[in-house]
Ligand binder design. Structure first.
Ligand code: PLP
Length: 371
């Protein structure tokens, strides 16, 4: 049976009756750039994440860049992030004119190795960007403790972690004490790229923060540095969110928890069926965190052969990501092969299996049978 990696058409079909009039309402009102549809979504998403403020922007990369700029981080400053993330985690640091400093990831969960952070801190370090990779939250308690000790800003790269939870759950605390991605640090950055758990119908991103001054500054930065029309207090950018994206995301947000739960159920079945497969290594799903399973990634030694065999059976997979950040051409001459061995070895073995809410039990069983 063919199994796609992702099925955006299936999701659209399930919400078409809500989406189509929502888009039509934007067209009817001509509120295309920023405006009431974006504001409505910002309010709802701030509440969803448990953050005081949400600022809609053009994409996740800009969300990270604008947070850095709002904190005054730029030329001469260093910002720490992890070597095995999507390139944009480091790229945003470069775009803010600061210097990305990479650390390796953990073997067991692919998240930032917090034991490597302190040795990467220098007098120039201003911030740490832990990445909630594949949807599982990084070890935020340790990151925040290190940051407090060294007076650093912590920015969550939550671009893959809409609705991911951290701590609280197992301790039997009431739901409101669960820490959600994007609410745990100074600020969080989200991407609403179409394939994300909460995906726009185009590009989109957001910043979440409890810091009112930073929220205000990011609102200015995303709109040519304007506190009011045609008054430019600072040099900003054009990173406004589209009205259509605000409307689409407002329709989708109430479905997010159900979609994430469907992904969790799919992941549980993958885990059950793959646990005894001697060729496959699964990443640790920490008991005190609840991933949104943006991706279901596993390790397999002869990855390229396995991927090809799956393809021959009509099963689409992905690699997130085949080349770690430090070995990308864009950063040639800064790092060398061997600098982050865990990330490097992992890049040659990781394989992302089909994962989306509408994936059926039969499809998962087929994928696992072929594996
Ligand atoms: C971890 C991570 N950081 C940053 C980004 C950048 O987001 P965008 O593509 O919306 O700019 C992404 C998007 O894929 C991501 O996965």
């Amino acid at each position: 049976m063919p199994v796609p990696f992702l099925d955006l058409k299936a999701q659209y079909a399930s919400i078409k009756r809500e989406i189509d009039p929502a888009i039509q309402a934007v067209v009817d009102s001509c509120a295309f750039a920023s405006g009431p549809f974006v504001e409505k979504f910002e309010k709802a998403f701030a509440e969803y994440c448990g953050a005081k403020h949400c600022i809609g922007v053009g994409n996740g990369t800009s969300a990270l860049e604008l947070i850095l700029r709002a904190y005054g981080i730029g030329r001469g400053d260093e910002v720490i992030t992890v070597a095995n993330s999507f390139f944009a985690s480091a790229e945003a640091i470069s775009l803010a004119n600061a210097t990305p400093i990479l650390v390796d990831c953990n073997e067991d969960d692919a998240l930032i190795d917090t034991t490597k952070i302190e040795q990467a801190i220098t007098k120039k370090t201003k911030a740490i960007i832990p990445v909630h990779l594949y949807g599982q939250c990084a070890d935020m308690d340790t990151v925040i403790a290190i940051a407090k000790k060294h007076s650093l800003i912590v920015i969550e790269d939550a671009c893959q972690a809409h609705g991911s939870l951290y701590k609280g759950k197992k301790a039997g605390l009431p739901a409101e004490t669960l820490a959600k991605a994007g609410s745990m640090a100074h600020a969080g950055a989200f991407s609403f790229y179409p394939g994300k758990n909460l995906g726009a119908y185009g590009e989109g991103g957001a910043v979440t923060t409890n810091d009112e001054a930073i929220a205000k500054k990011i609102r200015m930065l995303r709109d040519h540095g304007m506190p009011e029309k045609y008054k430019h207090a600072i040099v900003g950018k054009n990173e406004r969110m589209d009205g259509i994206q605000g409307a689409v995301l407002s329709v989708k947000l109430p479905h997010l928890d159900a979609w994430n739960n469907a992904r969790r159920k799919n992941a549980a079945l993958y885990r059950e069926l793959l646990t005894d497969n001697p060729n496959v290594k699964l990443f640790t799903a920490h008991a005190d965190r609840s991933s949104n399973y943006h991706l279901f990634v596993m390790r397999v030694k002869n990855r390229d052969v396995v991927q090809e065999k799956l393809k021959q059976q009509g099963i689409s997979t992905g690699i997130h990501y085949p080349i770690p950040i430090h070995l990308q051409e864009a950063y040639a001459g800064i790092w060398k092969k061997g600098d982050f061995p865990v990330a490097e070895n992992m890049a040659g073995e990781i394989l992302s299996l089909p994962m989306f809410p509408e994936l059926t039990e039969e499809q998962i069983r087929d994928v696992c049978a072929v594996l």
